[in-house]
Ligand binder design. Structure first.
Ligand SMILES: Cc1cc2nc3c(=O)[nH]c(=O)nc-3n(C[C@H](O)[C@H](O)[C@H](O)COP(=O)(O)OP(=O)(O)OC[C@H]3O[C@@H](n4cnc5c(N)ncnc54)[C@H](O)[C@@H]3O)c2cc1C
Length: 412
């Protein structure tokens, strides 16, 4: 049966949900508080990395966060503040940073990542957004970095992911002879890259052309359900009533969901990026600089440099010290690539929706019959977007979902 579905949030999760809902024959409207031209889904590193199956909450993260607490250039920062939601999130993050949780989460993240990659392979038959199977290199400079990466590679291999340990010479050869200051790295040939801003534009145009209606600059404050159902939303003037609502509002989702008493353990994790344009000798393979937590993605002739995880609430302040930390790390691994410090206005930032246990929230709410939640993808929103959209469509169409989504339940 065809339904009218209202999606709140026009980021990559909202748009991919709109795409698969439309494909399944539903009428779709998308409301967003912005003009939908910027935000977390645009300036990110554009890596589709099914190899990255270890959740953010994992052993070692807490000690790393504490070590970095007082450094203004560090790649990971949790701003200490008295906030009930932050304390609750931090406590849960701590609780889940165990080997046991990693072993639980890995197969589920693998399943959803592989589903996404399969769907991307289909999408690229119809859309051009710079999708390229170049693989991904994880570079490490320290013994500790090496240990963590080799362990992650072993976990990935156990799950059937192709992972190859390379030395600095082999990395340099794969990067077209660029000098590399690293102990070594892990190469994941199955990983993929795309140009996220291009993908968002292509998707939006396609959806508009196929009857999806967009309602920009509409901030949804919350819901007043009636008998366990959302029937209308104050201030939103839709052409006809809706049957179902999808909350895909990224880092803002908890603000909307608190109106129905749902306390989603999710914090915004700010990251920055900037472009280095017209690279003479560009990287051939995207890479992550392990210790610096910086991603380098070649996009045509340019290089996108992205990094930092700042858990400091929802705000749009750009911390130039942390940007300088990103800049400095690039030549520490690739001495031939020396970025200038970009002017503040050229620094992009995005707020990653980070769940406390490192798994996304995808599923129907237990409290409200016609509400589906799709958020919490943290550092993997681009990777997991098509699979999430497909699952949202299957849930709303009352079809059997193609993978187990119990671990992603918003009420877990
Ligand atoms: C530096 C950086 C690098 C990254 N690199 C990668 C990568 O290489 N690979 C990868 O897989 N992921 C990466 N990510 C993560 C990825 O970008 C995010 O997971 C993803 O963009 C989240 O998408 P979303 O749709 O959930 O949220 P968003 O893109 O934030 O979209 C949410 C939308 O909801 C709207 N909204 C919010 N509140 C309301 C409201 N009340 N009413 C109406 N609308 C509302 C917002 O305006 C926004 O448009 C990176 C992120 C950063 C910051």
């Amino acid at each position: 049966m065809s339904k009218h579905v209202l999606i709140i949030g026009g980021g990559v999760i909202g748009l991919m949900s709109a795409y698969y809902l439309m494909e399944a024959g539903h009428r779709v409207s998308v409301a967003d508080q912005t003009t939908m031209t910027d935000g977390c889904s645009y300036g990110n590193a554009g890596l589709v990395a099914p190899s990255h199956v270890v959740p953010l909450a994992s052993p070692g993260m807490i000690s790393t966060a504490i070590r970095y607490l007082f450094s203004s250039t560090s790649p990971l920062y949790i701003k200490p503040r008295i906030d009930r939601h932050l304390i609750n999130w931090a406590w849960n993050f701590y609780r889940f940073s165990t080997r046991k949780h990693v072993h639980y989460a890995v197969p589920h993240l693998k399943n959803i990542s592989l589903l996404s990659k399969e769907l991307y392979n289909d999408l690229t038959k119809n859309f051009d957004f710079g999708y390229k199977e170049a693989g991904l290199l994880m570079l490490f400079r320290t013994g500790k970095g090496e240990k963590m990466e080799v362990e992650a590679a072993a976990l990935a291999q156990k799950e059937g992911v192709d992972a190859r340990i390379l030395n600095a010479q082999e990395i340099s050869e794969r990067q077209g002879g660029l000098a590399v200051y690293a102990k070594g790295g892990v190469y994941y040939p199955g990983d993929v890259q795309l140009i996220p801003d291009k993908m968002m534009d292509v998707l939006k145009h396609f959806l508009i052309g196929h009857g999806v209606q967009f309602f920009p600059e509409q901030q949804i404050k919350g819901f007043k359900p009636d008998k366990g159902k959302i029937l209308k939303i104050d201030g939103l003037d839709l052409p006809c009533p809706f049957d179902e609502v999808v909350v895909a509002a990224g880092s803002w989702s908890p603000l909307i969901l608190k109106s129905i008493g749902l306390n989603l353990p999710l914090q915004a994790g700010k990251g920055y990026s900037f472009m280095m344009c017209d690279m003479g000798n560009n990287l051939r393979i995207p890479c992550v600089l392990k210790e610096a937590r910086v991603a380098l993605t070649p996009m045509e002739n340019d290089l996108r440099v992205a990094g930092t995880m700042e858990i400091a609430g929802i705000n749009h302040r750009v911390c130039m010290n942390r940007v300088k930390g990103i800049v400095g790390s690039v030549s520490a691994y690739y001495p031939d690539i020396v970025p200038d410090i970009p002017p503040k206005e050229d620094v992009w930032h995005g707020l990653r929706p980070c769940s406390a246990d490192g798994l996304p929230f995808i599923g129907r709410s237990r409290k409200i019959k016609n509400l589906v939640i799709a958020t919490g993808h943290a550092m993997m929103g681009i990777t997991l977007a098509p699979a999430t959209g497909k699952l949202v469509s299957e849930i709303i169409s009352k079809k059997k979902v193609c993978i187990d989504i119990d671990p992603f339940s918003p009420d877990r």
